[in-house]
Write a protein that binds this ligand. Structure first.
Ligand SMILES: [Zn+2]
Length: 254
């Protein structure tokens, strides 16, 4: 069974003790990963992992938490990094939940990265948290690179339809396994199968029964199994279709 975790941060210090061992294990299990940058340093680290491992792919971008430091210089450096084999721009977006950067800066950095994605012909990995849905959709209507994923999709994102209409995929992670998250499982039926992706957001958002522990890309299997149960499909089919969707979105050979 092939699996594709479309969102992980394997360069984060949580993986320092066993990173190489874990990455080798993922290769043996047929698991591919998009490793996602949150600033210039982690974007560089993502490219480094992708160069070293055939089953790891890099996304380069600046997270809304870091948007306060997003300058013309950041944009130039990010553009140069993207040319080194990145498969997506991200993660970028709006976070009005933690508000770690002023909202003006968040909007400016997001817009600039959407324009960059458009220019480079790359998909975007979008982070959306807090009461930012309407503004994010407004910005996407103005500058839509045409391809991308709304990552860690949850009920606070509202109906998937508005994002689907803009050409986006929907990334489903650990919360789909939480006992109290029947509402998210109900949303699954609104996502066309060809737009569905799975992700872990490792080391964060571990699925049941691993809550409170470090998450890792091998656990994406648990999301696939839960989604398969809801959609009454064989897990193998959900694994294969999400694998192919990821390859198509990020233009990676299947
Ligand atoms: Zn992330």
């Amino acid at each position: 069974m092939r699996l594709f975790d479309t969102h992980a941060h394997l360069d984060f210090p949580q993986f320092d003790p066993d990173r190489n061992r874990l990455i080798e294990k993922l290769a043996r299990q047929g698991i591919r990963v998009v490793n996602v940058g949150v600033d210039l340093d982690t974007s560089r680290a993502s490219l480094g992992l992708a160069r070293k491992h055939h089953h790891i792919y890099a996304a380069c971008g600046v997270h809304p938490h870091e948007a306060k430091d997003f300058s013309e210089d950041t944009l130039r450096k990010l553009a140069a990094l993207l040319d080194q084999g990145a498969v997506a721009v991200g993660e970028c977006g709006l976070d009005y939940y933690r508000d770690l950067s002023p909202r003006d800066d968040q909007r400016r950095a997001f817009r600039a990265q959407l324009e960059l994605a458009k220019e480079k012909g790359l998909p975007v990995i979008v982070h959306l948290r807090g009461e930012a849905r309407d503004e994010l959709l407004e910005i996407l209507h103005e500058v839509n690179p045409g391809r991308g994923v709304i990552h860690a999709f949850s009920t606070v994102h509202g109906p998937p339809r508005d994002f689907l209409d803009l050409g986006f995929h929907i990334g489903i992670g650990g919360p789909v396994t939480y006992r109290k998250n029947a509402a998210l499982r109900a949303l699954l039926r609104e996502i066309p199968l060809e737009r569905l992706l799975v992700e872990t957001d490792s080391p964060y958002l571990p699925p049941e029964p691993h809550r409170g522990k470090r998450n890792d890309p091998a656990k994406v299997r648990l999301m696939v199994e839960r989604i398969a149960g809801v959609l009454r499909l064989p897990p193998r089919d959900v694994a294969e279709l999400t694998f192919r969707n990821a390859c198509a979105l990020f233009r990676i050979g299947a």
